[in-house]
Design a protein around this ligand. Structure first.
Ligand SMILES: Nc1ncnc2c1ncn2[C@@H]1O[C@H](COP(=O)(O)OP(=O)(O)OP(=O)(O)O)[C@@H](O)[C@H]1O
Ligand SMILES: [Mg+2]
Length: 253
């Protein structure tokens, strides 16, 4: 279980002015839930994920995972950043295997597993290429494989499909649902797409503009497994509409 308790983050900028990125966020996330996070640009979504990952420390409040306060990156957490970050000097295959190397957890079948993941996201045959030889979307798909290679209990995904074209994006959304069904894990998934947020989620956390706060949490009780057909469902449309209202006010109502 992840417990986010009165979490705030203030950044001090170079000119001395404070930026309140997050203010008083509290949220409890049960194991193996799929949580999506939506909100306007700059509302603190990436900051929230970085705090949950232990890469940065809060100004006040805490993130607790299985009763331990998160103070540094945890081995049971995988993270996909908003921009794909791969090691430029390593092949795609070695990039995917990198977390296992770091944790000294490489096993006989690790390479096979990495190839399997790459094949799943349409990168079969690119194992020996270097990141610069791949498009932005392909690099991001490799970064997703890297986050999955150690089968983490918690997966933090910051607009992972942002660099993908619309078609690949839909395919990847269904793929991540398949992965999550086969290997249950807690997923925090930031997206700008309202339909993606509803399609994937057990709960959608809607954030308000700076200072970032939770505007509303929307439970999505639509049946699973889900495909894009579910968009025709009345509850799907209601949830999407509610999120639009929260983000845009009634301008688009
Ligand atoms: N390292 C930093 N130093 C100073 N300010 C920062 C830093 N990181 C983020 N901020 C500020 O905190 C606020 C929230 O940023 P964050 O990146 O979390 O937003 P976001 O919701 O992820 O936006 P986007 O949807 O555009 O990715 C912004 O005002 C940003 O300028
Ligand atoms: Mg962001």
């Amino acid at each position: 279980m992840i417990e986010i308790d009165r979490l705030s983050k203030v950044f001090r900028s170079r000119d001395g002015a404070d930026v309140v990125a997050l203010e008083d966020i509290s949220l409890t996330i049960d194991d193996n839930k799929f949580i999506t996070i939506v909100g306007p640009s700059g509302c603190g979504k990436s900051t929230l994920l970085r705090l949950a990952s232990g890469l940065i420390r809060p100004t006040s409040g805490s993130v607790t995972i299985d009763r331990a306060v998160v103070e540094e990156p945890r081995q049971d957490t995988g993270i996909v950043f908003q921009m794909p970050v791969l090691l430029p000097w390593a092949t795609i295959l070695d990039n995917v295997l990198f977390p296992l190397k770091m944790m000294h957890r490489e096993e006989a079948d690790s390479t096979e597993q990495a190839r399997h993941l790459l094949g799943m996201v349409g990168l079969g045959g690119f194992e020996g290429k270097y990141p610069r030889e791949l498009s932005g979307g392909m690099q991001q798909r490799a970064a997703i494989c890297r986050a999955l290679i150690h089968d983490p209990n918690i997966l933090l995904m910051d607009e992972p499909f942002g660099a993908l074209d619309a078609l690949t994006r839909e395919e990847m959304a269904l793929e991540i649902l398949r992965i999550w069904t086969n290997q249950p894990k807690t997923i925090l998934f930031v997206t700008h797409s309202i339909t993606e947020a509803v399609l994937l989620a057990d709960r959608v956390v809607v954030m308000s503009a700076r200072p970032g706060r939770i505007a509303e949490i929307i439970d999505v009780d639509l049946p699973r497994p889900r495909t894009f057909e579910i968009e025709a469902h009345h509850e799907f449309q209601q949830s999407a509409q509610r999120i639009r209202e929260l983000i845009f006010g009634n301008r688009r109502g």
